[in-house]
Design a protein. Structure first.
Length: 395
């Protein structure tokens, strides 16, 4: 192992770079999670976190990874054998659907080629066919991190409304929360699944469910077994600022700081920054002459860009070389696109020069592996980032 000087570039699409402000906030003594100081902080955090989801309703915070919040969404609202309609946008959709099956649910997974967002017409057709309302929930990923696609949550809401279908709407925002606009109440989502380690700029270890009135009502009759992930126990304890078991105290300090940072920047500015840096990333990919995994220009993600390597090349070898020579981690191709795709994470605590460094690392790696580039993606991205009109638009 050669000594790596300077900062490691962590450009996977989560966990993302944790800013120093948040690291400093976490680096404080752990306090009594049943004491008055902790209760005050919790009560405040539970109110303040709502703006992230654009909701007035409760947000349940779990010490756990995003997968736990997936499970929580289902076990709190559904009963054995209930039908769940899902859309195969990529590996995370597949993993969530596998989890649902293992919980004893009957999953109807609309097949997809992992190259475009959820097909709203297909969802609407399934809902329209389902006259006896056997589908109890529609669940999909807002941002499919494995494919670099973003689905239209409002569009799925409209499909439910047009068909007059009462199914619950569940959305995984783990890689879109605090980076791509998400409106829990306006879009009438029933359960939102979130995680700490992506747009929120925190280390892994917290996950979230934003919960609607309708989902809470469903939880009163749902009969899937639940213990650790039980909303009711958490919501009851939260009333006096506590949790039913030991919370991740220091991560909550970090969450407090992350929310402060997001408020200071302003959510709309956060979204605009992600959109602009994503656009520059896509300009680089086009200049390189490489193909994006996402083939739908309306469905490209503003937090992660998945890039296909040409036939005959191995994306994992490219990633290994970039890690070895330039100390930068890029996202791997997951599941069926392993070795075919590498992913550039451009979310969370991230700015113009971090993107330029990232793109330089990729471009040098492409040269070194012999994949090569048609023209300089770095130059194309730089052009875009220095264009005055673009700069004005982002302000
Ligand atoms: C990262 C991610 C997950 C998985 O979360 P874990 O914290 O690894 O359990 C789920 N869904 C999406 C869309 C993700 O990006």
């Amino acid at each position: 192992m050669t000594f790596a000087s300077g900062r490691h570039f962590l450009q996977i699409p989560g966990p993302t770079n944790v800013p120093d402000r948040i690291l400093r906030a976490i680096d404080r003594p752990t306090i009594d999670h049943r004491g008055p100081d902790f209760a005050r902080m919790t009560k405040r955090l539970l109110e303040e976190i709502k703006f992230l989801f654009k909701t007035e309703g409760p947000v349940v915070i779990f010490p756990g990874s995003g997968t736990g919040a997936w499970e929580a969404a289902m076990v709190n609202t559904l009963s054995p054998g209930d039908r769940v309609l899902m859309a195969e946008t990529g590996q995370f959709a597949v993993l969530w659907s596998n989890l649902a099956r293992r919980m004893g649910l009957e999953v109807d997974l609309i097949p997809g080629d992992w190259r475009r967002p959820a097909d709203i017409d297909a969802i609407e057709a399934k809902l329209a066919e389902d006259r006896d309302h056997s589908i109890k929930a529609v669940a999909f990923t807002h941002n499919e991190t494995s494919a670099g696609t973003t689905s239209d949550v409002a569009g799925v809401r409209r499909a439910l409304d047009r068909t007059g279908h009462p199914a619950l709407l569940m959305v995984d925002t783990i890689s879109s929360l605090a980076s791509i606009d998400y409106r829990h109440d306006e879009w009438q989502v029933d359960v939102c699944v979130g995680g700490s380690q992506k747009g929120l700029m925190l280390p892994p270890g917290l996950s979230f469910n934003a919960v609607s009135e309708k989902a809470l009502a469903a939880s009163r009759t749902a009969s899937l077994p639940r213990a650790y992930w039980d909303w009711e126990a958490t919501l009851a304890a939260n009333r006096d600022g506590s949790f039913p078991y030991t919370p991740a105290t220091n991560l909550l300090y970090g969450l407090d700081e992350a929310l402060a940072m997001l408020r200071e920047e302003g959510l709309d500015n956060v979204f605009a920054r992600h959109a602009r840096l994503a656009e520059a990333t896509r300009a680089a990919v086009r200049a390189w002459g490489l193909e994006m995994q996402c083939v739908d220009p309306d469905g490209v993600s503003n937090t992660v860009t998945a890039v296909r390597v040409p036939e005959g090349f191995d994306a994992d070898a490219l990633r290994a070389l970039i890690l070895d020579r330039y100390d930068m981690s890029l996202g791997a191709g997951l599941g069926k696109v392993k070795g075919k795709v590498f992913r550039i994470g451009h979310l969370g605590s991230f700015n113009d020069l971090m993107l330029m460094g990232t793109l330089c690392g990729v471009e040098m790696g492409l040269a070194a592996t012999g994949i090569g580039t048609r023209t300089s993606g770095v130059a194309a991205a730089m052009d875009m980032l220095t264009e005055p009109a673009q700069r004005m638009a982002a302000q």
